[in-house]
Design a protein around this ligand. Sequence first.
Ligand code: ADP
Length: 477
Amino acid sequence: MLFNTIRSRLTAWHVCLLGVILIAFSAVLYFFLSKRLHESIDNSLRVSASVVRKTARMQYSRTPLPGLEYFFDQFLGYGNLNKFYRIYDGSGNVGSRSKGIDASKFPLSQEAYTSALKGEDTFETFQLEGDHPIRVITMPVLREGTLVNLIQVGTSLKSMKETLKNLRIFLFTSVPTVLLFSTLVGRFMARRALEPVSRITETARQISHEPDLSRRIPEPEVQDEIGNLAKTFNEMMDRLESSFRQVRQFSSDASHELRTPLTVLKGQSELVLSKPRSPAEYREVLSSNLEEINYMSKILDDLFTLAKSDEGRLNMEFQTVDFRSIIEDVCRHVEVLAEEKSVRVVVAYLEPVNVNGDPHRLRQMVLTLMHNAIKYTPSGGEIKVSLEDQRKQAAFTISDNGIGIPDNELPLIFNRFYRVDKARSRDEGGSGLGLSICKYIVDAHGGKIDVESQVGVGTRFRILIPKLDTAKSRNAA
Ligand code: ADP
């Protein structure tokens, strides 16, 4: 296709526009020049006729007036055989006239005579066969309202017509030449300007055919539109690469997490079946297997939740929620667990706050944080819970004096499957997915979760959830 590239379209637009401008300019130039030349010839005819009128004698002879030939040559130009004057009397009979003029070719027209009777000048153009047109002025000489003389002065339009013809030739050759030149230059410039785009396309094509996503487009030094395009493309590739890395990491982590309990299940089952066992031994193995099955089913549940949240399909049922009662409920629920581990749960203060949220998900988030606090706090430790009604948000804080998290690992604990101490978390039944889900739930409520921790001193999670009024205005916005 002729115009299937930006380069050819750009060039075509540019040349069309230039063509329209040049043609319009040429037409206007030609029109005004031609008008101006006609006006100037008419003016010189009028001046000449006035001079003839003054020079003419009352008595006409059939010979040229002395000095007029010289004047005509000076005023209307040398060498023009067609310039002439004629003087008629009031009845239209020729009196004096220039030499060598064929009067029959320019008879006094009825129209010019009628206008002269009214005292008006008349301009006429006579087209002689095979020759250039002649422009003639007929000027009346009136005395006390009576037409006494008629003065006719004429000149050839040859030089004017030739000037206009030359201008036409110039315009008809120069406009296409300029357009041709502009097409060539335009194509060259467009090619140069779009060269980086071709390079970007080529690199992008190579990237799309290779499994390696680490390739990047060389960014031009100048940060123009093309530079920005290359930069944006590279940024997109960075994100894609990191997403692919995460997906790969996630799949490998997930399969690893599921393989471990499966290996345990398989090993224990094979072992128990290798020889006859007592009912007590069977019961022990079965209950251990059940633990592994519960662990796997929790991982699968969590994975399912995260998969749905990734797809945006984790439907939240937002409603007015009494956040305090959720926390109280969870505290009651984990009491036994905490007691078993000799960890004290202290409810410092719980202010009544209503938030706009999904009660089921908020409960899941509080429960995960409580479970974690109990899991990672040794016996004799203490967990403090508080809920504060701040101006625009509910601030839920849960702090423990447990094992803490090293500084360098703090930013990672919300990542999927990330666990500071893998063995310990596994022993405690942790999958490394709990905090990722918590973060998703808090984000979905328009809130914020942050954590402070010191190894051996304790950990403090703070969750901010917008209050009902704030959440409503946010949703309405
Ligand atoms: P897990 O199921 O392993 O607890 P989470 O996503 O809930 O996974 O937590 C991620 C990691 O963060 C945990 O493995 C643990 O190392 C660390 N962590 C979470 N809560 C606490 C806490 N209260 N004290 C110390 N470490 C914690």
